[in-house]
Design a protein around this ligand. Structure first.
Ligand code: KMH
Ligand code: ZN
Length: 285
């Protein structure tokens, strides 16, 4: 994607929970299904069009339990119009088999990380054969992947994947830069610009999120480069220095305000479906 053309509207994705933060340390994290549905509804009202979902078990611990994933997809479909994206990244401890099985829950979209990355003191493992297997499963099942790029090497892997395995289901190529993870690429404007310049020409849209204190610099840089935004408590638990996030909707509201200032207002879920190739896929069914 040598020269991205700015879009008129901004896709805001909310990532409300993640796999890492604990409920004990952060009681406002939405970990139960009712909390997740309430969060999704408030975030949709605030301007989100897509939700990136990690589910938790009865003890609020990260899980890829298929029953819970299915119930979550059903509840979000019934109670919101959001595009539902399930995480296939899970937690660093999840097996490849469990991560592949996420697609059995039939989401609209799933995350697909384009390579291994150091993740704090851990390693988030995504070896090439697993990336290919997951990608081919998305094509077979009719799930739109969002390519997660934690490092510049992941951009190179995206070139290789599209060259060897062809386009995604839906025909659009959407990716998300996850910046500022300790072990991945830094969350700053110079790095984002370099990463955008390196994208394959086949990429039709991209968003960015910055972890922790890189949230605002990455959001501002992404808007100025014509990108879309991901925000949420998966990525930052601080609204400002010394001021914890109380609800994911606060982060969505702030992203929507920035998007309005950039004269690229929040995109409704229907627009997101078109952007991601889901609208034509539904018509074709
Ligand atoms: N929890 C991280 C190890 C994804 O959702 O696809 C992986 C992650 C990426 O959050
Ligand atoms: Zn995630």
């Amino acid at each position: 994607m040598a020269s991205p053309s700015p879009t008129r509207e901004t896709l805001i994705t909310v990532a409300p929970t993640g796999a890492e933060a604990s409920k004990d340390a952060c009681p406002d994290l939405p970990t139960t299904l009712p909390e997740l549905v309430e969060t999704a509804q408030r975030c949709e009202s605030a301007g989100a069009a897509m939700i990136h979902v990690h589910v938790r078990d009865a003890d609020h611990r990260s899980t890829l339990d298929l029953g819970r994933l299915r119930r979550c997809v059903a509840a979000l479909r019934a109670e919101t119009d959001l595009v539902i994206q399930l995480s296939t990244g899970g937690a660093v401890t999840d097996s490849y088999a469990d991560r592949l099985r996420v697609l059995d829950a039939e989401p609209d979209s799933c995350s697909l990380t384009m390579g291994t990355v150091n993740f704090g003191d851990d390693v988030f493992s995504n070896p090439w054969p697993f990336v290919v297997e997951l990608y081919e499963l998305t094509q077979a099942r009719g799930v739109v992947p969002e390519f997660e790029l934690f490092d510049l090497g992941h951009v190179a892997a995206l070139h290789r994947l599209l060259d060897t395995c062809g386009p995604p289901f839906g025909g659009r190529v959407h990716c998300d830069f996850v910046m500022g993870v300790p072990g991945g690429m830094p969350g700053d404007a110079a790095t984002l610009t370099a990463a955008v310049q390196a994208l394959p020409h086949a990429v039709t849209s991209w968003s960015a999120t910055g972890i922790g204190r890189t949230t605002l610099p990455v959001a501002l840089a992404a808007l100025s480069c014509g990108g879309h935004l991901r925000v949420g408590m998966e990525d930052t638990l601080s609204f400002a220095k010394g001021r914890p996030v109380r609800h994911n909707a606060e982060l969505v509201e702030r992203a929507a305000t920035l998007a309005m200032v950039a004269q690229r207002p929040p995109m409704p879920p229907g627009g997101a479906r078109e952007l991601l190739g889901l609208a034509s896929a539904e018509v074709g069914q």
